[in-house]
Design a protein around this ligand. Structure first.
Ligand code: M6P
Ligand code: ZN
Length: 188
């Protein structure tokens, strides 16, 4: 039985942690096996202490459409080979659910994909980004400090990671020849 939430206020501290939070996710390279292009670099990172890639601090709400779930993500700086640290990325299980991101710190990219189409937009402090229904979304930290952002999405949206694990994203964001490059995955 779902509980009707009470009004809530929460704070986001200087490192991006939402408090109070009811769930926390910490993803290391080992929890994203196969998602980076460079398998040798991934293996080296796993041998070299399995770095923490990102943290998510969420205040869970009932899984119904009228609810909104707030969460913050702290995506650490780093690379696996040429590829910048990134989130796993997901579609919403209910594909017609949208999401809003608000950038708080750092310099990143939001990669969006739908049926072969792809868009990559900048996400930094002060950016409001709208993830429309039906678009898969992944964030990438292209800077040297943590990328921190707030996300708000529908209570019943759900996360579909399996489709991304199978299909991947059509764009990759790399550090190549001294510059940030966005390339088609097939040509990278
Ligand atoms: C954002 C939101 C969350 C998501 C998080 C990490 O904060 O979209 O719903 O969990 O990013 O991304 P992912 O779930 O793809 O690892
Ligand atoms: Zn989402």
């Amino acid at each position: 039985m779902s509980v009707t939430p009470r009004p809530l206020t929460a704070t986001i501290d200087g490192r991006g942690e939402l408090s109070p939070a009811t769930s926390t996710v910490r993803r290391h390279v080992s929890q994203m096996r196969g998602m980076y292009l460079d398998a040798d670099a991934e293996a080296a990172a796993l041998r070299d202490g399995d770095p923490l890639v990102y943290e998510v601090y969420q205040y869970d709400m009932p899984a119904s459409v009228g609810e909104l779930i707030p969460c913050t993500t702290v995506l650490h700086p780093g690379r696996i080979g040429e590829e910048f640290f990134m989130t796993k990325g997901h579609y919403h299980e209910r594909r017609d659910r949208a999401e809003v991101y608000y950038g708080l710190q750092g310099e990143g990219r939001l990669v969006l994909a739908r049926e072969g189409a792809a868009e990559v937009v900048a996400l930094s402090a002060g950016t409001v980004a709208y993830v429309p229904p039906f678009w898969a979304h992944r964030t990438v930290n292209v800077g040297e400090t943590p990328l921190v952002f707030l996300a708000v999405y529908h209570g019943d949206a759900g996360h579909d990671y399996a489709t991304i694990e199978t299909d991947g994203f059509p764009r990759v964001v790399l550090w190549r020849d001294g510059a940030i490059e966005v390339l088609s995955r097939d040509e990278a």
